[in-house]
Write a protein that binds this ligand. Structure first.
Ligand SMILES: Nc1ncnc2c1ncn2[C@@H]1O[C@H](COP(=O)(O)OP(=O)(O)O)[C@@H](O)[C@H]1O
Ligand SMILES: [Mg+2]
Length: 219
């Protein structure tokens, strides 16, 4: 191991390694904290939210989850529960996403519709969910959230100044700029788009309707 690695980094690595070995236990523990209807819908389905930081993915995911009777699995929220001081180091990301995968698998197994809330901008970040949906024979739909850039940047600045009690994302304007730079890789299959703006209520109605119709057609 490099001498330049600081003790805190070593500690983080140990913690993430230990966590990776305990995925099933951690999933079982965190399951209770996932917002989900008391009674599963019965026909499991998967929604992958996509979008740059601050566009309103978590806000839209909460509204969609209410409309659809779906569970809401938010990677930033889980990261906050797992790591007091999140580092976004590659090992930490890998551990968080293994837990997200485990939780999603478990919720689908219970018969829930599940909304997975993370940036999911690059194909590589969506691969494991796509594989999971294929293996389980569960329909998967991608939903991109877009918003006015000035409003998004204002939300990120506000988030940095005073974190809302329910806002667990650590992404700031720098992270936004870096992700913009890398860009969005569109999924190959058709996807839905929510415009987060003044007409959001109708947007949520429309997209919830389209998701529901697509899932009934698939069964
Ligand atoms: N349409 C909206 N109305 C009110 N607040 C919003 C709206 N969209 C986003 N927000 C707020 O802005 C902040 C950033 O939105 P969030 O959903 O967390 O973005 P993301 O998950 O894409 O990073 C949050 O505090 C959220 O509650
Ligand atoms: Mg979010």
């Amino acid at each position: 191991m490099s001498r330049r690695v600081r003790p805190s980094t070593v500690a983080t690595r140990r913690q993430t390694q230990a966590l990776a070995e305990r995925v099933p236990d951690v999933v079982a523990t965190l399951r209770a904290a996932v917002p989900a209807p008391a009674t599963p819908h019965g026909a499991p389905a998967l929604v992958l939210m996509m979008g740059f930081p601050g566009v309103g993915k978590s806000h839209c995911a909460r509204l969609l989850a209410e409309h659809l009777g779906a569970a809401h699995v938010a990677s930033d929220h889980l990261r906050g529960q797992l790591f007091v001081a999140a580092s976004y180091a590659p090992e930490e990301n890998a551990a968080v996403f293994r837990i997200v995968d485990g939780l999603v698998e478990r919720l689908l197994g219970e018969g829930h519709r599940v909304i997975v809330d993370a940036t999911h901008l690059r194909r590589g970040a969506r691969e494991s969910m796509a594989g999971l949906a294929r293996r389980r024979g569960v329909p998967l739909t991608h939903v991109l959230v877009v918003a006015d850039q000035a409003e998004t940047l204002a939300r990120l600045a506000a988030r940095r100044r005073a974190r809302a009690a329910d806002d667990r994302s650590d992404a700031d304007e720098r992270v936004y700029a870096a992700m913009r730079e890398r860009g969005f890789e569109e999924p190959e299959e058709p996807y839905l788009t929510i415009r987060n703006g003044p007409g959001l209520a109708q947007e949520i109605e429309r997209v919830a309707g389209e998701l529901g119709a697509g899932w009934s057609a698939a069964t």
